[in-house]
Design a protein around this ligand. Structure first.
Ligand code: ADP
Ligand code: MG
Length: 419
């Protein structure tokens, strides 16, 4: 069901509560929190420009980190207000709470075109509990609700779901923002009847994270290319030796079922034929999180399909990467979720980079639509410098995965249906 869009609202002089995803990475520098990547802020500017241009009084709500109901100072959104003001070249007011009298007063005094950012909604437990009273307090602040936080739309929280229900119940309108609209279009509608060949590339850490997506996409894709650690669970299921590779032995049954389903539907399902392997060695040191630091020694290309007991697979090998690239270059639609190896380590990034170049080529030279979902996949593409050579990169992370699985996202479901 299509949802009402922010473009359809008559917002002049009205207060609009906009849920945004400002859960940006920050680092402490000389006692202050500094934003290290403002992508999520930048992605909302189109919606904000539209609202400000139309004379709305904009109230922004967002969460940052996991303060678990406490006023954790390092998770304050105050630095985001300053950054946003720089980016939109206009003042952005900030209030150090998200509900209550003080907030109501500041929100009530807004003029047309003003922007106000509220403090972290997760300073209250009531946010994640989707508490009706808290939702009602948020709803009181505004005439309309706009959700532009696709990355938080898979959670039924007060600021993503409850508030929309309250506004709808009083006959008010709740609309999707422009970023939300784009995400739903590319991860949803565009993949309903994709131009063919439709090539799906899946990788990353675990089969269990992606099995629902695999199951759904087997019904739509012409070819599925598998990389990352999850490839080794498939290999294990097929009876190959996987050495110390990251595998989920309890997922071999679902892996085989996916292979069977692909075969029955005539979908080409490719697994790596060669790998970059290395020997994991415990350094005896612990990282910041208290986990053992493992060094990967003697990386090498292994042509044989079986991985020796002392080694693990950390990237697809060059033969596999070339084969995958060849398939991708002929595609008219590409969906990519999950890197092909531990791309964070240059020694295991080549498979991911080769695939990234092929996806960019398919887009630029073959007119393919290329859609990238998954936080690490987007990171990998940006790391390879090809982020602007694909059709669409999702901001969604976990939300994009759930959406690709075909789940109805609570934050989307709660919006007003378009008539
Ligand atoms: P996304 O965020 O794009 O959905 P995932 O979170 O599923 O991707 O997986 C990304 C992680 O998987 C990366 O941190 C990467 O280092 C890791 N990874 C990829 N291949 C391997 C491998 N062969 N062994 C261990 N970890 C891997
Ligand atoms: Mg990830």
């Amino acid at each position: 069901m299509a949802k009402l869009n922010v473009k359809d609202l008559d917002v002049r002089g009205r207060r609009v509560l906009v849920r945004v995803d400002y859960n940006v990475p920050m680092e402490e520098k000389d006692g202050a929190m500094v934003i290290t990547d403002a992508t999520r802020i930048r992605e909302t500017i189109e919606t904000l420009d539209l609202l400000v241009g139309a004379g709305a009084r904009v109230i922004l709500a967002a969460h940052l980190g996991r303060p678990k109901g406490k006023r954790e100072p390092s998770m304050s959104l105050r630095p985001v207000a300053a950054k946003l003001a720089d980016m939109v070249c206009r003042p952005v007011a900030f209030v150090d709470d998200c509900v209550g009298e003080k907030v109501a007063k500041v929100a009530g005094a807004l003029q047309n075109g003003d922007i106000l950012l509220l403090e972290n909604t997760r300073y209250y437990d009531a946010e994640e509990a989707n508490d009706p009273g808290f939702s009602a307090q948020l709803a009181q602040l505004a005439d309309f609700y706009v959700n532009d936080a696709f990355g938080a739309a898979h959670r039924a929280h007060a600021s993503t779901e409850g508030v929309a229900r309250v506004i709808a119940a009083r006959g008010g309108k709740c609309a999707a923002g422009l970023l939300m609209e784009r995400e739903v279009k590319f991860l949803g509608a565009e993949l309903e009847s994709p131009a063919r060949p439709f090539v799906v590339i899946l990788g990353g850490a675990k089969v269990s994270d992606k099995i629902a997506v695999i199951d759904r996409l087997v019904e739509k894709a012409d070819t599925i290319l598998i990389g990352g650690a999850m490839a080794y669970t498939f290999k294990l299921a097929q009876g190959f030796k996987v050495g110390k590779s990251l595998v989920e032995p309890d997922k071999t049954v679902v892996a085989l079922a996916a292979l069977e389903k692909a075969k029955a539907r005539g979908v080409t399902f490719l697994l790596p034929s060669d790998n970059v392997v290395a020997t994991p060695v415990d350094t005896g040191k612990l990282n910041k999180k208290g986990k053992p630091v493992i060094a990967f020694e003697n990386p090498r290309v292994l042509k044989a399909a079986d991985i020796p007991d002392s080694e693990a697979g950390f990237d697809i090998g060059p033969v596999t990467a070339a084969r995958y690239a060849e398939v991708i270059r002929t595609a008219k639609t590409v969906l990519w979720n999950g890197p092909m190896g531990i791309f964070e380590d240059q020694r295991f990034a080549e498979g991911t980079n080769t695939v990234a170049r092929a996806v960019a080529d398919a887009t630029q030279r073959n007119g393919a639509k290329s859609i990238i979902g998954g936080g690490d996949s987007v990171k990998a593409l940006n790391q390879s410098g090809l982020g602007d050579k694909v059709t669409f990169m999702s901001t969604g992370g976990g939300a994009s995965l759930e959406f690709l699985e075909g789940s109805v996202l609570p934050g989307v479901a709660a919006l007003t249906d378009a008539c």
